[in-house]
Design a binder for this molecule. Structure first.
Ligand SMILES: [Zn+2]
Length: 464
């Protein structure tokens, strides 16, 4: 059995990673990446070898530290296939034993083609970005590419002068010998798919996001559009912190690329948007809310396995509706009624708790996930519902969780059995009716149903 049934070629169950220290030199003109990855981990099973995911880049040397105090060991043997770097440790690691590998690697990074589109390191017109969900991380560093394997990071990115790099919490920037080195740290446990590097000719400015440090990076020419569209961000942060619990990271960065992008995407502590998503009219404000909400749902509380993706996308989609409600537009209830009608007209062949890898990012996962949360809110009432959300983000902060964990926690906070409710919403393909509602939940109002809809092409998604 593979470690994650939705990504059967990714990851190795025999170990987990605790820390990645990545030193990367990237030349924009030639798209050449040279890296040294120090991977510190621990054996979960007794093993004489481990494999890392690495795609499109070649390892040139692997060294191992023999023990935690030991000096850097000599070269050790490895073999590489088109997606795996298999390292022979030369001795058996016991369960729980730490290891440290230093891997030199390089090549011309490019996105990998997957059933979910092209993922990973990607050249822009004048820069580069990383967009990995779910399996793009191995296109730029060797990793144990499983959502449940969260680690801390130090990133040192050296690139051409004149470019701005964003990756995690900035530590230092030094220009020497005509190259600029940007060093970052990520102390919050981070899944490999949420590690990121953004390189562009950006201007950057700070933003106070309701007490959270914010930073916006964008091409100078987009300043007016960015200023207009990000105006609601501080209030959005305040609304979400109140609804979901404190913002889980030290800062939030928002990157707007000069290029148009297919969809906006979340990374740890960051939302990444294309120029086409920021039109200065606030047209895609809900997607700004969506990506921000992922910092709680997906990034802090991660999925242990991809089949639970609704815990990311359903929650982020419901956050859009909460933002709509709290910012004085359509109530979440109006949104829910509209989307219930639209979903009822779609094929009833998707099981939310196990949509299958092909439909993992199907729009129905997003909308039915959000509807499930709204139905829960109607069932238990506003007060209990938001206590469930805050208990969820607190209980699993920095960790990973499953759908079963959410069911258990919701029933525990609500103090009532919810098996039949969750069975119908999560495990059965047919769309259940929306509950009548508790007295204090989602006050029913005339629903401007069609206006509350966000229409997405069949099978597609509008955000990750
Ligand atoms: Zn999303």
């Amino acid at each position: 059995m593979s470690p994650d049934e939705y990504t059967p070629h990714s990851g190795d169950r025999r170990y987990r990673v605790e820390h990645y220290d990545l030193t990367i030199d990237y030349r924009l003109s030639t798209n050449r990446l040279d890296g040294v990855a120090v991977v510190r981990g621990r054996a979960l099973e007794a093993t004489r070898s481990i494999s890392l995911d690495l795609v499109g880049l070649r390892a040139t040397k692997v060294q191992a530290v023999r023990d935690p105090q030991g000096a850097k060991g000599g070269r050790i043997g490895f073999t590489q296939t088109d997606r795996k770097l298999k390292v022979a440790l030369g001795r058996e690691l016991a369960v729980g034993e730490p290891f440290e590998l230093t891997i030199s690697y390089g090549g011309a990074p490019r996105p990998r083609r997957t059933r979910w589109g092209t993922l990973g390191w990607e050249e822009l017109e004048d820069g580069a970005l990383v967009a990995s969900q779910p399996t793009g991380a191995p296109t730029w560093f060797p990793c144990n590419d499983l959502p449940r394997d969260k680690a801390t990071y130090r990133l040192s990115i050296r690139t051409d002068p004149g470019y701005v790099v964003a990756a995690a919490e900035p530590v230092s920037t030094v220009t020497k010998g005509g190259r600029t080195t940007w060093v970052f740290e990520r102390t919050a446990p981070t899944a490999s798919y949420l590690a990121t590097v953004q390189i562009g000719k950006y201007v950057s400015r700070g933003m106070d996001l309701a007490g959270v440090e914010g930073q916006v990076l964008h091409p100078a020419g987009l300043a007016a559009r960015v200023t207009a569209d990000l105006a609601p961000l501080p209030q959005m942060m305040a609304v979400f912190a109140e609804a979901f619990g404190p913002y889980p990271l030290p800062s939030y960065r928002l990157v707007v690329t000069a290029d148009d992008l297919e969809i906006p995407l979340e990374a740890q502590g960051m939302g990444v948007f294309g120029a086409n998503h920021i039109d200065g009219q606030g047209s895609l404000e809900r997607l700004i809310a969506h990506e921000l909400a992922h910092q709680w749902f997906g990034n802090s509380v991660g999925v242990a396995r991809w089949r639970d993706i609704w815990l990311n996308e359903g929650f982020a989609c419901y956050a859009e509706w909460i933002w709509s409600e709290r910012s004085g537009r359509h109530s979440a209830h109006a949104k829910a009624l509209g989307h219930w009608i639209a979903l009822a007209a779609e094929p009833q062949d998707l099981v939310l708790s196990d949509p299958g890898p092909e439909l993992m990012f199907d729009d129905r996962v997003y909308k039915r996930g959000a509807l499930t949360l709204h139905a829960l809110r109607l069932t238990v009432g506003d007060d209990v519902f938001f206590r469930i959300l805050r208990a969820w983000t607190e209980r699993h902060a920095g960790g990973t969780a499953t759908t079963a964990d959410f069911r258990t926690l919701a029933a525990s906070v609500a103090g009532r059995r919810l098996e039949a409710f969750f069975d119908a919403w999560l495990d059965a393909p047919a769309l259940p009716p929306l509950p009548e509602g508790a007295d204090d939940a989602g006050a029913v109002e005339p629903a401007p149903v069609t206006q509350a809809l966000n229409v997405v092409p069949r099978g597609g998604t509008e955000a990750r």
